[in-house]
Design a protein. Structure first.
Length: 157
């Protein structure tokens, strides 16, 4: 869509619908809230071309890393429900992997840790997990953000 000049996409409502970011009964964040929060935290306004994915059911997106000149943020969605996929990283990065036990689950884990609000409805820390250069495992039915701070991408001021 960015290639065609689309600058804003609005998908979710905040609450009061089946696809709202918050549960309408208790306003607890739903899994797509956490994905939207990570998008807003990591994905900057400049869209990059990740190149074509030669792997079926693996969707790749790339942006400049928000707030980090030269940095790149990747989003890898493994839509395959049965098989892991791999992304070859050329340098060390931070991984933010969202997984759940079931696609219809109301809970989601970030790098294996259950996400939820803290005391006073405070957001938990959304800490990335350091990963080395090389193959990055993308589990079945997962969403993985990758922050490459030292990418040195000249398109990312």
């Amino acid at each position: 869509m960015a290639r065609h000049g689309v600058q804003v996409v609005i998908h979710n409502t905040l609450a009061a619908s089946d696809y709202g970011l918050l549960d309408e009964k208790d306003f607890a964040p739903r899994p797509n809230y956490w994905a939207a929060l990570l998008w807003r935290t990591l994905m900057g306004g400049i869209v990059l071309d990740p190149g074509p994915s030669s792997v079926p059911r693996l969707h790749l997106y790339a942006h400049c890393l928000r707030g980090r000149p030269g940095g790149v943020a990747l989003l890898a969605i493994n839509a395959d429900r049965d098989h892991s996929r791999f992304l070859d990283l050329g340098m060390a990065a931070s991984r933010y992997r969202l997984t759940a036990d079931d696609l219809a689950d109301t809970r989601v884990r970030l790098n294996g840790q259950q996400l939820g609000l803290g005391a006073g409805d405070d957001l938990p820390p959304l800490a990335g997990e350091a990963v080395a250069a090389g193959p990055l495992d993308l589990p079945p039915a997962s969403v993985t953000f990758v922050a490459i701070v030292d990418a040195g991408n000249a398109a990312c001021p």
